[in-house]
Design a protein around this ligand. Structure first.
Ligand SMILES: *[C@@H]1O[C@H](CO)[C@@H](O)[C@H](O)[C@H]1NC(C)=O
Ligand SMILES: *[C@@H]1O[C@H](CO)[C@@H](O)[C@H](O)[C@H]1NC(C)=O
Length: 324
């Protein structure tokens, strides 16, 4: 009997002790958004919030730790009023302080290697909490570019269409469709290349059947989960008399360049001729006007014998002065 009562007492005490110990933690909870998707090369947000019950409404955060599963060093640690973070990682709140319950993590330039599970641990003066967040990283495939080989498709020769879409993640697929039909063309061949950064470049070759006429072909890029991501349509138009039309076009463009050149050229030549003509006339006029001047010079040269080595015009002026 004594044994059982001490046993019960021990049990009660243990229960009280455990619940008291836990009670401290019940005040504080950390909630993280479990699933997050980030875009390659852009910012990613891992949203986490510390929630407290009313008794702990003015809780102060003492420690925050953000760690990625499998990594040795934490990405961000707040401890003793100091934040230490690895480059590219920071609190999402611009001026975060220990009263701010939004402890979300911002990844500045998301890489494929950022994908994974993150742990956020928070210690406050009213208890501690921890939560996890998962980050998936995707990259959007570029709008596909289609080119034909050869560039000019003629009815006789047949051709290939090459479709290319780059920089996506995870690995996607390219399918071809004809003229709005829902069934994909099965004869195409796809090639996948992975770049150094881990992104995928997709390309697909579609061989057009010889003699197939005017038609539209659509190259569609599907993401890893089979969702349609982006597409481009190519219109195949068999060029009928490829040479003839091209030739005339070439001539047209040549005459477009030559015509203004001829006009400008003849204008310049005309101007030059006019200038030459004008120059000739003025020279002739000068020659006429200098002859009587020379005569004057001889006359008045005598009246001003003390002036030596003077040009005919200066002499003329001086003599006129002295004559007046
Ligand atoms: C936390 O802060 C970030 C950045 O300011 C914001 O985008 C997010 O919505 C906030 N989360 C909550 C739960 O307030
Ligand atoms: C794939 O595309 C669909 C539809 O656009 C989209 O809802 C889904 O999130 C995408 N999945 C991936 C892994 O990008």
């Amino acid at each position: 009997m004594n044994m059982t009562s001490t046993g019960i007492l021990f049990l009660v005490i243990t229960v009280i002790y455990i619940s008291a110990g836990n009670a401290k933690n019940v005040f504080v909870n950390v909630f993280c958004k479990a699933e997050n998707v980030g875009q390659f090369g852009q910012q990613s947000l891992l949203e986490c919030e510390v929630q407290t019950i009313q008794e702990a409404a003015d809780a102060k955060i003492r420690v925050v730790t953000w760690k990625k599963q499998g990594a040795k060093k934490p990405l961000l640690v707040f401890h003793r009023a100091e934040t230490i973070q690895q480059p590219g990682y920071e609190f999402a709140e611009p001026s975060w302080n220990d009263k701010n319950m939004n402890v979300s993590l911002l990844i500045n330039k998301t890489l494929l290697s950022d994908a994974g599970v993150y742990m956020c641990t928070v210690m406050t003066n009213s208890g501690d909490g921890e939560s996890h967040a998962n980050l998936k990283v995707t990259a959007k495939y570029s709008v596909p570019v289609i080119r034909s080989i050869p560039e000019k498709i003629t009815q006789k020769a047949g051709a290939d269409l090459m479709c290319q879409s780059d920089g996506g993640y995870p690995e996607g697929q390219i399918h071809w469709f004809e003229d709005g039909k829902t069934e994909r063309i099965k004869s195409s061949k796809m090639e996948v290349k992975q770049t150094q950064s881990g992104l995928f470049n997709l390309s697909s070759k579609l061989t057009l059947v010889q003699g197939s006429n005017f038609s539209k072909y659509t190259c569609v890029v599907f993401n890893a989960s089979g969702g349609k991501e982006t597409e481009t349509t190519f219109e195949v138009e068999n060029a009928p008399e490829a040479g003839g039309r091209e030739g005339r076009k070439g001539l047209d463009s040549v005459s477009k360049i030559v015509a203004p050149l001829v006009v400008i050229g003849s204008l310049i030549v005309g101007l030059l001729l006019a200038l030459l003509f004008y120059k000739r006339r003025t020279q002739q006029a000068r020659r006429h006007s200098t002859k009587p001047l020379m005569g004057d010079h001889q006359e008045v040269g005598r009246c001003e014998s003390d002036v030596e080595e003077v040009g005919p015009q200066e002499m003329d002026e001086k003599c006129q002065c002295s004559l007046v």
